[in-house]
Design a protein around this ligand. Structure first.
Ligand SMILES: Nc1ncnc2c1ncn2[C@@H]1O[C@H](COP(=O)(O)OP(=O)(O)OP(=O)(O)O)[C@@H](O)[C@H]1O
Ligand SMILES: [Mg+2]
Length: 292
């Protein structure tokens, strides 16, 4: 481990992996977990994450307490959020979700230790940002969109069945978007990551316009302070995700849609602006989807 002061950023190296931070931070605690083979240091969440390997097993370490380059907030807030995520992963354990193995405090932070999930993130803004996501043949999103319909429908099944499960546990997805989907192109398996902000349902929009989530999949209530955030909100989110993975994303015309008319109608009803016109639960939405 060595530190190089570079302009106002700090460059750190652990096991040949370089990353930058806004200020120095002690990562000695990381050594015992294994050898670092990759880093996710471009997140604005306040977390910095690592892929580590030990005894031929891979793990994912998500850490709050440092000051990542894209982070403008207070590390203490990031620590609080990450700690609060622990019971959420424990409560919602599921085969389609990344698996939390352990969690612990460090001198100046908090770490969550997960099993490594094979797969590529469908919104990898740090490698294929901006238009490259849609146009670069190497981008995971681009490659996913080129997959045969059956495989894409199977990925949606993994997403919908996980969320039907969490609904049955009285949770609501918050900040779910295509960046929360890991697709393994070798085994055609889908894993969901980053459920840190999922909440007990029903909840409310306590942030306003900048409520968590991506514009391409947020419902109208996710822009309006005081609005309900519940199953009906999630129905919209999953309809929008279906348009992202099978259609023209924000362009919801049938000509952009890869599946049949029946599924199109289900997705269209899910993304109605008016809440009363949508399916009232994720379970109903998924039933309608499956019955087509
Ligand atoms: N268990 C895992 N195994 C392998 N890779 C993972 C795992 N969990 C997450 N990742 C990858 O790490 C990236 C960052 O993780 P995550 O989204 O949880 O971080 P975050 O700090 O919440 O950032 P964001 O600002 O994107 O919400 C994910 O986009 C995904 O590509
Ligand atoms: Mg996150």
């Amino acid at each position: 481990m060595k530190n190089i002061q570079q302009t106002s950023l700090i460059t750190m190296t652990i096991n040949k992996v370089d990353f930058q931070l806004q200020e120095e931070h002690n990562f000695d605690w990381l050594k015992q977990l294994g050898s670092v083979f990759c880093v996710f240091d471009q997140q604005d969440s306040g977390n910095i994450s690592f892929g580590v390997e030990k005894d031929n097993q891979r793990y994912f370490v998500k850490y709050a307490g440092a000051k990542p380059i894209e982070f403008n907030g207070n590390p203490k807030e990031a620590i609080k959020r990450l700690k609060e995520a622990v019971p959420v992963y424990q409560m919602l354990e599921h085969p389609n979700l990344i698996r939390l193995l352990n969690h612990f405090p460090t001198e100046n932070g908090y770490a969550l230790f997960f099993q490594w999930a094979e797969g590529e993130c469908l919104h990898s803004h740090w490698t294929f940002g901006g238009p490259a996501k849609y146009t670069n043949p190497k981008s995971p999103f681009y490659r996913f969109k080129k997959l045969e319909l059956e495989k894409r429908l199977k990925a949606l099944d993994a997403i919908f069945s996980f969320h039907t499960y969490i609904e049955s546990k009285n949770y609501v997805a918050v900040d779910f978007y295509d960046g929360s989907i890991l697709y393994d192109f070798n085994n055609d398996e889908t894993t969901i990551c980053d459920i840190d902000f999922y909440r007990k349902s029903p909840s409310i929009n306590d942030i306003g316009e900048n409520f968590w989530g991506a514009n391409r999949s947020k419902s109208p209530e996710e822009y309006k302070i005081g609005s309900p955030i519940d199953s009906i909100t999630n129905v919209f989110n999953f309809g929008a995700i279906a348009f992202g993975l099978l259609g023209g994303e924000m362009d919801r015309s049938f000509s952009m849609w890869a599946a049949n008319q029946g599924l199109y109608q289900v997705a269209l009803r899910a993304v109605e602006d008016e809440r009363s016109k949508r399916y009232s639960t994720v379970n109903d939405f998924y039933d309608a989807w499956k019955s087509v």
